[in-house]
Design a protein around this ligand. Sequence first.
Ligand SMILES: [Zn+2]
Length: 299
Amino acid sequence: MWINKTIFPAFTLLAKIFRTMMNPEFESPEMQREYEWMKSERQMHELYQIGIEKILNKEQAESLFENGESCLCCIDEGTDNGLFRVPGSAILLSEEERESLIDRLQAMGIKGVRSHEGCGAAEKYCKDNNITDKSIDEVAIEKAKELAERLHVPYFGHSEKISRPKEFHFARVVYYDGTGQFNQAASKDHLPPGFVVSRRFLHNLDENDQTENQYKPAIDSTKLAIQIALGEHGFGKKITEHKPLLLVGLGDPLDSMFNMDAMRRELQDIVENIAKTDPDIVKRLRIDVANAPTEHTRN
Ligand SMILES: [Zn+2]
């Protein structure tokens, strides 16, 4: 009888662990948060220890800059497709900034626009504009369709399945992409989950102004991503001085405006700017930069 008493509970426990691994169900949002945090610990540890440059030097890392879909989507880490990443598919941009983005995306051969369910940027847009007669999803869809029309490309649809828990963001990195080629979907086996800000397309080429005004939408998008990751919709207080949020600049070595040194300078400016109002937040941020493999840069 001891066999039954010993083995049966052990077997039940093993079955439960296996079930949880295959299809995790969580008793509380806190447990799920803990689970997702642990899941990204190995990759974060590697990134903290050896840095983005060494990770990108690995042979298979070249695939991170290949085959991305030429589509406009959100910076959200749960939306996998799309090379052109701006919060809420550009819903928060001013008319002037949107026009500039349209020119850049058309020059880059954009093929379509996507929106997604539970978009924080669309929520912010509704709040900022006091929109109460429509749902956030309706507004996200409407604005993405409108932009697709202006770009003369198809609207690819509203992604209802996002690859993060619906309740919160599990981003531990903000990828600041100066290459315009970073394929977030392909990065999952190599890098921790993170927001992707398409720095490459977020600037005004006509502008003579050489100051940060030239890439203000990239600054705003990065600040928004930091705010979400460190706030109650992200990992929040779990991100500390010892386990900081990484701002990872991805540079194009062939273009001095977008190489790793330029990306580092811009990220430093953003951090210094935040330090003026929130010095405590800055302690929980760390910058790391690297150039993409040369054969995968934009011309
Ligand atoms: Zn979004």
